[in-house]
Design a protein around this ligand. Sequence first.
Ligand SMILES: [Zn+2]
Length: 216
Amino acid sequence: MNLQEFLDFNTICPMCASTSLVTIFHSPKKQFLIETAAEISVTMDMKAISSYGNDRNYEIEFVFNKQNNSYVIEFHHPKGNNFDGHRIDDYISINMIDRFKKFDFNHKGYRFTRKCEDCLKYEYHSGDFKLDYKTLNIGELFITSESYFLYNEYKNIEYHLLNTYHPIYTPFSVLQYGVRTIKTNYHLLDHLQLPLIKFTTKEKMLEKFEKLVLFS
Ligand SMILES: [Zn+2]
C-alpha cells in the first residue's frame, strides 16, 4: 500500500472513537512532523542524533510522497543562526553526508506508526523499511501490527493485545499495576499466545479477555 492508504487504514480510534490519530515516523522523540495533502515531512535535529564532529545542529528533513512512496532528504541550517532553519540548496559538505549515513545506519530501520494520543490505548504500525538511496523509495507499506490496551479499573488490571500480521502471532499480556498505577510499576500476571482476535468493541473485548484470564 502507499503511504496514503497506510494513513487511511484507521482514522478513528477503536478504543475511544477519537479522530485524531497522530502519525509518527521511526520514534516519537525529537521529531517535527507536518502532513499536507500530498506529503509527510519529518524534521529531526542532528544534535539529537549524534554528538561527534562539527555541523551538530543541522537538521535533516525527510519528505515522503503519500501516493508513490518516494522520498527526498534535505538538510537545513540550524535554527537561531543567520539562516534560521532554511533549506541548504547550494552546498552540502561530505562531512554532513557522512554524518547522515552514520545516523541512518544507527537507526537500522524505520517504520510509521499511527497512535491515538487522546487515550493512548491504540496504535498500529507499518513493517520496517530501510532508506534505499538508489531508488529513493520506501517501497510497499503494509500493516504489520495493531496494539490494544484495555483497562479493568476494578481489578487495576490492563490487558495488552498485540495482533501481529506478518507473520501472524498474537501475544497477549495481563498487567497488574502497583500503587497509583505508575506505568513502570506493574507485575506481568499472565502472557499467552493467541490466535488473531478481531477487534469488535471495547466492552466485548474486555469480556473476552476476562474469560481468557479466568481459564488460563
Ligand atoms: Zn483513543
